[in-house]
Design a protein around this ligand. Structure first.
Ligand SMILES: Cc1cc2nc3c(=O)[nH]c(=O)nc-3n(C[C@H](O)[C@H](O)[C@H](O)COP(=O)(O)OP(=O)(O)OC[C@H]3O[C@@H](n4cnc5c(N)ncnc54)[C@H](O)[C@@H]3O)c2cc1C
Length: 385
């Protein structure tokens, strides 16, 4: 039987939307080129709005992970603490979990959802276009057709490129991460700790079973030595982090990503919609990418019933809703990137956040998906998700 929806990419966005559409009664085919479990370079901190989606999916329990209360910026001796605000139905904690675990759990949940057929080692090669509408995909050399195609094939989306939707990238930052197991008896605090250096940021999150993920983000021009050497130099440069890692065992090799931000000219073409990083990947400086993938999947599932009938009149409306939903996290990300380019402004900014913890908590709430940028001090600013 012809499926209603084809989904390219079985990462967070693709698996989540497949689950939602399958539960809504649609016939979905999900194509993932890789196998699970698989690693993905990531800081592995999911914001509260993303945790809320996992809870609504009924998967938060099986995914597990370590909860965190918010973020702490460390700059020289200064520490500024931003706790996720409490708010009307929104979790007040984020969740850190290995991508190898999170992505496999989501894909397996999709594969066991009635109506969903999930394939691994299924390489999407190209879109199928008829009369200027995408009507299917070429998967492992075979043409597959459906009323709606969802491109959730990640930051370097092949489908986005094939349809001429790539935009030139603005800045060249790169990221890399590694996992450690803490020394016996050592414990990591339930916060995402962000260590700011002159030419890098390090994101450190406690994971289950005494593991820790350390992710580094920086401008490419600062990568003048082999990645391992730079990574070690950076984490050793922060005494508190160096102390935390004393006696720790390295568990995974460095995995990197470059560039960190790739944008789409538009999030759809007739017959096909982009989802998650394929629709434009945000620099992870504010840690919002996985949350956008999950929240975007929920938003799309609400519209997609209209798409499977072959109608395209909902696509522009969906795109406006998505842009509006993600505007604040995009602006926050741009603000943080500006700060990272102007290190002289970091000490006064941190001093302000320390002096005004309510403001910091509000901004962390914006990143977490619970608050709007404009709504500081206004209870109506709470998002309903
Ligand atoms: C260094 C770094 C740190 C980050 N830290 C954080 C963080 O702390 N918090 C956070 O929220 N976000 C973070 N992110 C961002 C986050 O990783 C992404 O936003 C998120 O993975 C997007 O999910 P996705 O499902 O859209 O894409 P992906 O997770 O990339 O999934 C895409 C899937 O599509 C598959 N695929 C690709 N091409 C094809 C094809 N042709 N055929 C079939 N399958 C295909 C891939 O194998 C993959 O499984 C970070 C990113 C980086 C690079």
């Amino acid at each position: 039987m012809t499926p209603d929806v084809l989904v390219a990419g079985g990462g967070i966005a693709g698996s989540a939307v497949a689950i939602l559409l399958g539960r809504a009664g649609l016939r979905v085919e999900l194509f993932e080129r890789g196998e699970f479990p698989r690693e993905k370079p990531c800081g592995e901190g999911l914001m509260p709005a993303g945790v809320a989606v996992l809870e609504r999916l009924g998967l938060a329990g099986s995914i597990g992970g370590a909860r965190f209360h918010g973020v702490r910026y460390h700059f020289d001796a200064q520490v500024a603490t931003g706790r996720f605000p409490s708010g009307h139905g929104m979790p007040t904690e984020g969740l850190a979990q290995r991508r190898a675990v999170l992505d496999q759990a989501l894909f397996e949940a999709a594969a066991t959802t009635p109506g969903v057929r999930a394939h691994t080692q299924a390489q999407v090669v190209a879109p199928v276009r008829e009369d200027r509408r995408v009507t299917g995909l070429v998967v492992n050399g075979v043409v597959r057709r459906a009323g709606l195609v969802i491109a959730a094939d990640g930051a370097r989306s092949r489908l986005r490129s094939a349809l001429g939707l790539d935009l030139p990238q603005r800045r060249r930052r790169f990221g890399m991460r590694a996992h450690f197991r803490l020394a016996p008896g050592a414990a990591a605090p339930p916060w995402v700790d962000i260590f700011l250096g002159a030419d890098h940021e390090l994101y450190v999150a406690a994971l289950p079973r005494g593991e820790l993920v350390v992710a580094a983000l920086a401008e490419v021009r600062h990568a003048r030595a082999p990645a391992e050497a730079i990574f070690e130099r950076w984490w050793r440069a922060h005494p508190r982090l160096s102390q935390r890692l004393r006696g720790a065992r390295r568990l995974t090799p460095l995995r990197g990503a470059l560039p960190l931000s790739l944008r789409a000219r538009r999030g759809y073409v007739p017959g096909m919609v982009l989802l998650g990083d394929a629709a434009g990947s945000l620099d992870p400086i504010a840690g919002c990418g996985m949350t956008q993938a999950l929240v975007g999947a929920e938003l799309l599932a609400g519209y997609a019933m209209r798409g499977v009938t072959g109608s395209d009149d909902w696509l522009a409306e969906f795109e406006r809703a998505r842009r509006s939903r993600f505007l604040d996290t995009t602006l926050l990300t741009q603000g943080l990137l500006w700060l990272s380019r102007h290190p002289g402004c970091v000490p006064p900014a941190l001093a302000a956040l320390r002096a005004w913890p309510g403001l910091f908590s509000h901004l962390v709430g914006v990143a977490g998906g619970a608050r709007t940028l404009s709504g500081f001090g206004n209870r109506a600013s709470l998002r309903s998700v």
